[in-house]
Ligand binder design. Structure first.
Ligand SMILES: [Zn+2]
Length: 474
């Protein structure tokens, strides 16, 4: 079978082959750490996670980089407003970002470089662009001159005429030669406060676009296999990354560009002014579509794996509409898979299970090979659930489901498995031990209260000859 990805650059599905051996050099635009990331951002990170997991599933070795933008207008403005050093401010939101990744079971990539640790690399690229005549010094910044780069606009499929029209209308507002010329290096002004670097190209700070070129090429070389991001980044961000990287190196920057579509909420673009703007943490607290009248999904907080399911169940190149109903069906879908796992742990494989598993595996791979068609792959998974249940599901069926979950990442292996108290998270372990203590003292009422409390946290206990064991109810 042939793995094919849709390439934004050529607007075609193309067979994917890395440039060298089976190692994939992949770069994904990461967060600007100035606030909590919203659920639309996580659609992009989950889409990237699926690409990553499927490449690994197919036997590729990953060298995957995601940048952390820890210096820009917003981080500087917010840290100054709060009277905090920039690094302290961005450290807080970087930590929150990683916690959110863990919540959604998004795998860590190989490296997360920070912009502020790579100023020298950025200065080197800007220096090369100045020398080669692609860049010029303006009053407030060093700009990239797009008219020096003939294929500018190619990624976004912009016509030269469109770019020229923009130039005529907007030219007077900027201290630059062309409206679409973009800042590579911003010269210091008083709003930057103590945020600046003294460098050979002047005192200032990097523009946003140059960060990605510098960090991707430092760790992956001049040519990347895959670059991912949301469709909103195609222009100008990714177009600018191409211009400045190829201008500096003279080599092709990216072989496959992969972009995910937007997430909508109740059919509309998410925005703070519409009141339909949600962070991941809002959803975990129960906010989101289901709060609305008429919706029956429980408002007491959404299951993180249901949120993940919702984010991956639509094809990454289709707009995704998040509604209360959609979250509710995502929860039901995940619960069906958990129930299957739980039953298969105690069940026995029936006649024909090998054939059913094999057919499902083939169908799943065929769908995923076709530009990561997750809706089709999930329908294969649910056909498998139906057929395996009918035939009798045991260890072979379970093994197949766990194989699917390497790609889906729904934490199905954590379902219904009995564990020892020492394997429980701190808070739960303390409660289990406390209950044991009370039982020793024959405080049955106190012990039962703790059992109820654990039940409320989704944990059930069983007392065995070797002591208590626990598992998650969901
Ligand atoms: Zn980027």
């Amino acid at each position: 079978m042939v793995l094919r990805f849709y390439n934004t650059l050529t607007r075609k599905k193309e067979e994917f082959r890395p440039q060298s051996g089976n190692e994939v050099r992949m770069y994904s635009c990461g967060p600007t750490v100035y606030d909590y990331a919203h659920i639309g951002n996580f659609r992009a990170y989950v889409a990237t996670d699926i690409i990553r997991r499927y490449l690994k599933y197919r036997g590729f070795k990953l060298k995957h980089i995601m940048n952390i933008t820890d210096v820009d207008d917003k981080t500087i403005r917010n840290s100054r407003e709060q009277g905090m050093p920039l690094s302290k401010y961005t450290e807080k939101y970087t930590k929150i970002f990683f916690e959110d990744l863990d919540t959604l079971n998004i795998e860590r990539v190989e490296r997360y470089p920070k912009a502020t640790d790579h100023i020298n690399e950025m200065v080197d690229i800007v220096g090369a662009l100045l020398r080669k005549g692609y860049a010029y010094k303006g009053k407030d910044a060093i700009y990239f001159s797009i008219s020096k780069f003939p294929s500018y606009g190619e990624l976004a499929h912009l016509e030269k005429a469109q770019l020229k029209a923009g130039a005529r209308v907007k030219n007077d507002e900027y201290d630059k030669e062309h409206a679409h010329d973009f800042a590579l290096w911003k010269l210091w002004d008083k709003d930057d406060g103590d945020v600046f670097w003294e460098t050979s190209i002047g005192k200032g700070r990097p523009g946003w676009h140059i960060e990605c070129s510098a960090m991707s090429m430092k760790y992956l070389g001049p040519t990347l296999d895959i670059h991912t991001g949301g469709v909103d980044l195609i222009f100008p961000h990714h177009q600018n990354e191409i211009a400045q990287s190829e201008g500096a190196t003279g080599k092709q920057f990216v072989r496959y560009w992969m972009h995910n579509e937007h997430l909508m909420v109740d059919g509309q673009k998410m925005s703070k002014s519409r009141g339909n703007f949600y962070t991941l943490r809002d959803l975990l607290k129960g906010k989101g579509g289901p709060d609305k009248p008429g919706n029956t999904a429980k408002p007491s907080g959404h299951d993180p794996m249901a949120i993940r399911y919702l984010l991956l169940a639509s094809h990454y190149r289709q707009k995704l509409n998040m509604t209360g109903e959609a979250l509710k069906s995502a929860k039901q879908a995940v619960d069906r898979l958990r129930e299957f796992v739980s039953n298969a742990r105690d069940g026995e494989d029936g006649e024909g299970i090998e054939g059913i598993a094999k057919k499902a595996k083939e169908g799943f791979e065929k769908a995923m090979d076709d530009d990561l068609n997750t809706p089709e792959a999930l329908s294969v998974v649910f056909d498998f659930v139906r057929e395996a249940n009918k035939a009798g599901a045991g260890s072979r069926a379970l093994e197949q489901m766990m194989d699917f979950d390497k790609v889906l990442g729904l934490r199905l292996s954590e379902t219904g498995e009995w564990k020892k108290p020492e394997d429980a998270p701190e808070e739960i372990r303390k409660l289990i031990l406390d209950r044991e203590e009370r039982r020793k003292q024959k405080d049955w009422e106190g012990a039962d209260k703790i059992r109820d409390k654990l039940g409320g946290m989704g944990i059930i206990l069983e007392d065995t000859e070797d002591g208590p064991r626990w598992k998650k109810t969901t």
